[in-house]
Design a protein around this ligand. Structure first.
Ligand SMILES: *[C@@H]1O[C@H](CO)[C@@H](O)[C@H](O)[C@H]1NC(C)=O
Ligand SMILES: *[C@@H]1O[C@H](CO)[C@@H](O)[C@H](O)[C@H]1NC(C)=O
Ligand SMILES: *[C@@H]1O[C@H](CO)[C@@H](O)[C@H](O)[C@H]1NC(C)=O
Ligand SMILES: *[C@@H]1O[C@H](CO)[C@@H](O)[C@H](O)[C@H]1NC(C)=O
Ligand SMILES: *[C@@H]1O[C@H](CO)[C@@H](O)[C@H](O)[C@H]1NC(C)=O
Ligand SMILES: *[C@@H]1O[C@H](CO)[C@@H](O)[C@H](O)[C@H]1NC(C)=O
Ligand SMILES: *[C@@H]1O[C@H](CO)[C@@H](O)[C@H](O)[C@H]1NC(C)=O
Ligand SMILES: *[C@@H]1O[C@H](CO)[C@@H](O)[C@H](O)[C@H]1NC(C)=O
Length: 395
């Protein structure tokens, strides 16, 4: 820590420096998370079983404040190769990772334990339902293997394993109200089991999991070969369409929120977990997102424990620490002993840009799609509206 390398630079220059020095850390921290903006919710699907299936979007919805838009209800997504041993979700009235005086305890509000077959406030869903040209497969309850279809809520079995490309999702057990734009869960696909994700500005997700090396051989039919991930989505996304062919069929492309906690990005870096915000906070390309330029190493042989903390002041930390525990309440000191038990104690920090919430722009691109503005009131942030300096601290 004495030999601190400290870089302060304007955003673009900083990216270049940081990219060249990408290396392994035990925690990744983002600060200044949250901004004021809008996204367009889905208003209606038409002919979802036909070739001319389409989706209509509603008026832009505003979000603002600390951690926004990731301060909304989030569904928790898992992609193999993966085994999930434990999962927990916590909230807190106030938590500041750097000040015990302004921190209250985190209280566990959801828990899954594979070996004990305990499931509290969790519902496992997977996309094993009817297929639609524009929406993809509908959500169903997941069977005990995580990927088959069940007729009612089912706990994942002990020693569960999903392979490359296979996915399941955890929601809370709180049922959604009726579907409709502006209602609690927004407009959603008919006939799906619809539950809220996990809410709150200040929250924490913990995982005890394995991401072993894929054993089946690679083929062109596998899109994410040996590229496991754990990530969070605005829970409206999976209830409409997680992988739509038309961007209007989910609020993702208009920036309602995604945060990738541990994600292996590509074959060359399959043992590196990156953390990424896919929001429009200071960037134009949603698909690229605001990615950490450091990574957390993936252990393919042992169970890993860690998670993501969203504090009340816009700090978001992802970490792996064997000291992670899943107690029903975790204090500031507990969290600090979890974080400080990481052997090398290195943190990669990146400050998100402060952006102006008053600058309507012309055109913006997101992953693969081009969205035009104005007509329907969609608007985005100009790169030039950036006011803050980005900072990279390598401690
Ligand atoms: C949950 O699982 C872990 C191991 O995965 C086990 O050690 C622990 O005792 C279990 N906890 C409860 C409350 O059942
Ligand atoms: C949801 O989970 C909580 C915690 O386990 C439990 O007390 C409650 O009964 C569950 N509600 C439903 C509707 O299953
Ligand atoms: C379950 O999670 C939901 C979503 O965050 C939360 O509103 C609810 O209070 C939780 N239930 C319990 C029993 O903690
Ligand atoms: C798996 O195969 C695909 C194409 O079939 C290729 O793009 C990818 O790089 C391969 N991955 C690995 C880890 O070999
Ligand atoms: C998306 O919705 C907007 C507004 O309703 C519409 O103008 C646009 O054509 C739609 N795009 C697609 C690809 O359907
Ligand atoms: C793999 O992903 C990392 C992180 O996004 C990126 O820096 C690197 O350029 C990618 N490598 C390839 C070969 O695409
Ligand atoms: C974490 O614990 C596992 C056993 O569960 C062990 O094999 C691994 O080496 C530990 N990792 C670190 C970094 O201490
Ligand atoms: C890690 O950092 C914490 C807090 O800065 C410190 O208390 C702890 O001693 C450090 N641990 C190691 C192994 O350096």
């Amino acid at each position: 820590m004495n030999a601190a390398v400290r870089l302060i630079c304007v955003f673009l220059a900083c990216l270049q420096v940081a990219r060249a020095e990408v290396s392994a850390y035990d925690q990744i921290a983002f600060s200044n998370v949250g901004f004021a903006g809008t996204y367009t919710p889905v208003k209606k699907f038409s002919n979802i079983d036909a070739d001319d299936c389409s989706c209509e979007v509603g008026d832009p919805q505003w979000f603002s404040g600390t951690n926004a838009p990731v301060s909304s209800y989030l569904s928790v997504h898992f992609r193999g190769p993966l085994k999930l041993h434990q999962f927990a979700y916590y909230d807190s009235p106030s938590f500041d990772v750097s000040s015990s005086a302004s921190s209250s305890d985190f209280t566990r509000r959801a828990y899954y334990n594979a070996s004990a077959q305990v499931g509290e406030n969790v519902t496992f869903l997977t996309a094993a339902g009817d297929s639609s040209k524009c929406l993809g497969k509908a959500l169903t309850y997941a069977g005990s293997d995580g990927t088959s279809k069940a007729s009612s809520a089912t706990l994942l079995q002990d020693n569960n394993y999903i392979s490359s490309d296979e996915e399941f999702i955890i929601f809370s057990n709180v049922s959604c109200p009726k579907s409709g734009v502006g209602k609690g869960c927004g407009y959603y696909r008919q006939g799906i089991p619809a539950y809220y994700g996990f809410g709150g500005v200040t929250k924490m997700f913990l995982f005890d999991f394995e991401m072993p090396r894929e054993t089946q051989s690679n083929s062109s039919s596998i899109e994410f070969y040996d590229l496991p991930a754990i990530w969070l989505l605005n829970d409206h996304i999976p209830r409409t369409a997680q992988y739509p062919t038309n961007p209007n069929c989910s609020c993702w492309a208009s920036g309602c929120g995604e945060f990738d906690i541990f994600e292996a990005m590509n074959g060359t870096e399959r043992d590196h977990f990156y953390s990424t915000f896919h929001t429009f906070q200071g960037i134009e390309y949603l698909g690229t997102g605001i990615q950490s330029y450091g990574y957390i190493p993936r252990d393919t042989r042992n169970a890993m424990r860690g998670g993501a903390i969203f504090d009340s002041t816009g700090n978001v930390i992802t970490f792996l620490s064997n000291a992670t525990k899943f107690d029903s309440s975790l204090s500031y000191n507990d969290i600090h002993s979890i974080l400080s038990a990481i052997p090398s104690n290195e943190t990669y920090s990146s400050k998100l840009m402060s952006i102006s919430a008053t600058a309507p722009s012309t055109t913006s691109k997101s992953s693969g799609f081009s969205l035009t503005t104005s007509a329907n009131g969609l608007w985005y942030y100009l790169f030039t509206a950036v006011t803050a300096l980005a900072q990279v601290f390598v401690i």
